[in-house]
Design a protein around this ligand. Sequence first.
Ligand SMILES: [Zn+2]
Length: 123
Amino acid sequence: MDNSKSILKERCIQLLSIIEQKRISYPELIDILELVTLDLEVKKEVIREAQEKGILRKEGKNIILYNFEEQKFKPNIIRRELEDRCRRCGRTITKCYYIEFLDSELGPYGSSCIKKSGLTRKI
Ligand SMILES: [Zn+2]
């Protein structure tokens, strides 16, 4: 398997496992996954794998997220003032937000894109 693709999938799963909101809509799920990648194939595979791992379940039009106890780590949102491009929409931004994981960080994102993560209480 393409290594970078597997990293993207891992990031998606990691992100899903820390979302505090337990019931989200399908568009919200896509918004969250798109913080990591716009690749349709990856998004589809992540949704399938998350279902297999028991992280995600479809219930009608809703998505129910089950976060594993051991993954209940609270990510930090870091803000840096610098000029960069938003990882999600490609827009030039000067207030860059990053989601900080234990071993890495995801970003940068502009303020409107980071809000789609559902982690905005930290901002
Ligand atoms: Zn953006």
